[in-house]
Design a protein around this ligand. Structure first.
Ligand code: ADE
Length: 333
């Protein structure tokens, strides 16, 4: 594999010029501080820009600086994160805010990387975007762009990320924020995955080896995927008067969030007596697990004290329920 650094160097100003003209107006691109960039980057891990936009603005209204976030309760933070999924990020963000509040903003890649929830990619992004440091951020999107650019057939894995981090470091311009976000932007609106790259609008179309060969969709070459585990659950939405039963997840996936009582299926609905009002099925796909759920809306005569009982309004205002239960949350009235 030939990595032609001269061509990559030539590509840098082309990307910067393109980015300045075509970048999207996104809320985290205004009034940026290290803290606001941190909030944006953690939200954008594993979540689409469109889904993040609104949540980001509301989150910063509630927690405008690291101080408010550091001093908030975990329940408040989870509520503000509701709907974004991958809630470990919310807990990490709070921890990172506590560190910023206690120790100030880090000034080096090592210091940034030590913050909770900040891996190599996010550390590169924060250094480039908020600190002006020449530290590349290579995720799957950047890898897709660069394996196409070089028509690189090596498997797009962690070793490839490391290799491209070094290549980018060798050509990193002084405009670190624009370069870093320019690559992200190119991956988001031009160098699209699967069969849909918009090569005719790409600033690198005259240089990209895969495009010149008409083979852009052959890259990146992927490692084989592991299959997702399937779990079957019974979910009980228990209603007594105008209140619904909730319990807090104490461990594992979605820890710290509130959920409707549920159990692995098939099992008899042990201890739950009442009037069945409605029933439906739903599926939710996580990264490594799929939940196949059968949901039951049940009216009960008494309020089992093992649960927290709340009205639909209270739930809406202050209980973070994972999106996985969305289909059943729709029963609340
Ligand atoms: N994805 C991850 N970080 C991003 C950013 N700063 N702008 C747009 N998309 C992103």
């Amino acid at each position: 594999m030939q990595y032609d650094l001269t061509t990559l160097k030539q590509a840098v100003p082309m990307l910067l010029a393109w980015f300045r003209e075509h970048k999207r107006d996104l809320p985290w691109r205004h009034d940026r501080t290290f803290y606001t960039a941190l909030v944006a980057e953690l939200m954008l891990q594993q979540t689409r820009v469109e889904a993040v936009k609104e949540k980001y603005v509301a989150f910063l209204e509630k927690f405008p600086t690291e101080k408010e976030l550091a001093l908030a309760s975990e329940d408040e933070v989870m509520k503000a994160w509701e709907g974004l999924g991958y809630y470990t990020r919310a807990r990490n963000l709070k921890k990172a805010a506590e560190t910023l509040f206690a120790e100030g903003t880090p000034r080096t890649w090592v210091g940034v990387n030590a913050l909770a929830g900040v891996g190599n990619y996010t550390a590169g992004a924060l250094c480039s975007i908020a600190l002006g440091l020449k530290e590349p951020a290579v995720d799957g999107n950047v890898l897709r762009i660069l394996t196409r650019f070089f028509a690189d057939e090596s498997v797009a894995d962690d070793a490839a990320k490391k290799k491209y981090t070094e290549l980018l470091r060798a050509v990193y311009p002084d405009e670190t924020a624009d370069f870093c976000e320019g690559l992200m932007e190119l991956g988001a609106i031009v160098c699209l995955p699967n069969g849909t790259p918009l090569c005719e609008t790409c600033p690198w179309r005259t240089l990209c080896r895969a495009h010149l060969r008409g083979e852009e969709t052959s890259y990146p070459v992927r490692a084989e995927k592991k299959e997702r585990r399937v779990e079957h659950l019974n979910v009980y939405v228990l209603k007594c008067g105008d209140r619904y039963a909730l319990k807090k997840r104490e461990k594992g996936l979605l820890k710290g969030l509130w959920e409707f009582p549920n159990e692995a299926a098939p099992q008899p609905a042990a201890g739950i007596r009442g009037n069945l009002l409605a029933q439906k099925s739903a599926t939710h796909v996580f990264t490594h697990v799929e939940w196949h759920m059968d949901g039951f809306l049940i009216e009960t005569k008494t309020r089992d004290p093992a649960y927290t009982w709340a009205t639909a309004e209270e739930i809406e205002a202050s209980f973070a329920i994972p999106s996985a239960f969305k289909a059943f949350k729709a029963w609340l009235e």
